[in-house]
Write a protein that binds this ligand. Structure first.
Ligand code: ASP
Ligand code: MG
Length: 602
């Protein structure tokens, strides 16, 4: 007999018929010998409707009253589902977040869960009752006992947190899609259902998967090792398992207050190869990385910042033992990349052996502006200069001088209160019999900034990203380029990054002002970009993955504006108009297409 937490989303409980169908499924699960806690969302589009009502009355409704209002949606569903269960002879009891004791911080409309009382639930379960819990809501800590909500889409988070607190055997998320797909089926009808994906991969795919599964839910599942499956409520198909490793003994206090960063990693066994001033046109990265993969050289970080004039620099890191081989490949290909093979000053190879990669990792940085800024500030205080930066959803990696590595790691561990000792980055490929690339995501809602000629000295990135954090602007991909200009006697580099497009204008005004004050160069904004990313734990230690992605883009003559990577993710920024095409060709290049077309539910 298992203890299972099931969660049903809004469309799964959108009508009386559907609530009755859910009751049948719940009843069947109990009859198979299981104990059940069921978490439900508000019916259909109820929450949207409530938000609209509030906006009709106030442009800026009080957050406390918003929680009071929005939490009613779920309360309707729990009562109706309990009645439906009782009607078919299944004892059941409905409970609000407060009645359960889902205790949260006192932050209205975006509270994080602190802990969950389990005693009353355990009693009801022993009595053979199904417990139906209102998702998305809790009760604040302290004496005021305020109703709080967890943020839109938060019922997934309620369900996984309940599963963690009750030490349930697993958590099932029932929704109107059959599981997690390799990409967005509205753009690529050949998208395929995955039978399994790791929590880490899922988090890196946040821009693809967030609609299906709240990233905070994935974070809890990973931190507590809760087995999680996303399935369709209309069929008995097995769905997609979101896997993690068991985490025995983690405290259930401060359940969701996990620090934004849960690990500091470093790797001193890396060396950097840069190709300076290669032409900014389609196919260059593809040629370079094709040669590299033919020679079976496995690259780790790849960084290309935005063009400077009509050329770009592409830098990558490899493990030191294969540096010679990597350098030889780069030297051999360089003349081919020159517009005129004899011309000097183009496609020059630069090698640097004494570097280290230092990274912070953690799902908690999603949606928390300022984490990257804090990393840069910490490094600046420690007097560490950052040579290159590359970021992904859940990781920020900096290339620094090897002699600074220890100092960087120590101060970062302190700043982010990492109790476990920092771990060297492991190079062993993950055991994974799936395709090395699991999913492809497209983000069309970002804008790209470049700040030209930022002095290359400690503290500049900290200043820049600290400012953005102050304005509550979340930064997505950050890239600091290789190229260095000497202006006014100071070495300077460009820093490029992306932000949500809705924040772009505000960011621009603020950055132009800061640029004057800090003596930076021009602030360049491009709203018409797209970011396309591939994610897969299996790409670790596998040469040729980047080459394949770049080749697919080159074949379509799509120019790559920027490249940023983490161990399990490669992102390219391309022109917005080419975003969908880029997604489609990359998805096809990795053989992710299924034989059947996916029908998007209405
Ligand atoms: N009903 C809430 C929303 O629509 C929470 C949820 O469904 O997850 O955002
Ligand atoms: Mg949802």
């Amino acid at each position: 007999m298992a203890l299972i937490v099931q969660k049903y989303g809004g469309s799964s409980v959108g009508s009386v018929d559907r609530i009755q169908a859910v009751a049948q499924r719940v009843c069947k699960t109990v009859q198979a010998g299981n104990s059940l806690v069921v978490v439900v969302s508000a019916m259909g589009k109820t929450t949207d409707g409530l938000v609209k009502l509030a906006n009709d009355i106030s442009k800026n409704p009080n957050r406390r009253e918003m929680d009071m209002l929005l939490s009613t949606g779920e309360q309707v569903t729990i009562a109706l589902l309990s009645m439906a269960l009782q009607e078919i002879g299944q004892p059941a009891i409905s409970m609000t977040g407060a009645q359960v004791g889902i205790v949260t911080e006192a932050h209205h409309t975006r509270a994080r869960i602190l802990h969950i009382e389990t005693e009353r639930m355990e009693r009801h379960l022993q009595d053979g009752k199904v417990i139906v819990v209102a998702g998305f809501q809790g009760i604040s800590t302290g004496t005021e006992l305020e109703i709080t909500t967890l943020g839109r889409g938060g019922s997934d988070t309620s369900a996984v947190a309940l599963a963690a607190a009750l030490r349930a055997d697993f958590c099932e998320i029932y929704t109107d899609v059959p599981g997690i797909l390799t990409t967005d089926p509205r753009l690529v009808p050949e998208a395929q259902l995955m039978d399994e994906i790791t929590c880490d991969e899922m988090l890196e795919l946040a821009s693809l998967g967030a609609k299906v599964l709240h990233p905070r839910a994935v974070e809890i599942a990973r931190n507590y090792g809760v087995p999680l499956v996303v399935r369709s409520s209309w069929t008995d198909a097995p769905g997609t398992w979101v896997t993690s490793t068991k985490q025995p003994g983690r405290s259930l206090r401060d359940l969701e207050l996990a620090r934004p960063v849960d690990g500091v990693e470093f790797d001193t066994d890396q060396a950097k190869v840069a190709l300076l001033r290669v032409p900014d046109k389609p196919g260059v990265a593809a040629r370079l990385f094709r040669e590299i993969s033919l020679q079976k050289v496995d690259v780790d970080l790849i960084i290309q910042s935005i063009h400077d004039g009509n050329s770009n620099d592409i830098a990558f890191t490899v493990m030191t033992p294969i540096l010679n081989k990597a350098e030889a490949v780069a030297e051999a290909i360089a003349p081919v990349l020159r517009s005129n093979p004899a011309k000097s000053g183009e496609a020059e190879v630069l090698v640097e052996q004494d570097i280290a990669k230092v990274s912070i990792a953690g799902a908690g940085m999603i949606g928390r502006p300022g984490v990257a800024a804090q990393m840069f500030a910490t490094l600046a205080e420690a007097g560490v200069n950052i040579q290159m930066i590359s970021t992904s959803e859940v990781k920020v990696s900096c290339v620094v001088d090897a002699k600074d590595c220890d100092r960087a790691v120590t101060s970062l561990s302190q700043a982010f209160e990492i109790i476990t000792s920092p771990f060297p980055h492991s190079h062993s490929p993950m055991p994974n019999d799936h395709s090395p690339v699991r999913g492809v995501a497209l983000d069309l809602n970002q804008a790209r900034f470049a700040i030209r000629h930022v002095p290359d000295k400690p503290g500049m990135a900290a200043k820049l990203f600290g400012l953005l954090a102050q304005y509550n602007i979340s930064v997505d991909t950050i890239i600091q380029s290789q190229r260095c200009h000497i202006i006014d006697g100071l070495p300077r580099r460009d820093i490029a990054f992306t932000v949500a497009r809705i924040d772009a204008e505000q960011a621009k005004t603020m950055l132009c002002q800061a640029a004057i004050e800090c003596g930076w160069g021009e602030v360049v904004l491009d709203n018409a970009i797209a970011k396309v990313s591939i994610v897969g734990a299996g790409m670790v230690g596998q040469p040729g993955i980047a080459a394949k992605m770049f080749a697919a883009l080159a074949q379509q003559k799509i120019n790559i504006q920027m490249i940023a990577t983490s161990e399990i993710k490669i992102s390219c920024v391309v022109e917005q108009e080419q975003g969908v095409k880029a997604l489609q060709v990359i998805h096809a290049a990795f053989d992710l297409a299924g034989s059947e077309k996916f029908v998007v539910p209405a």
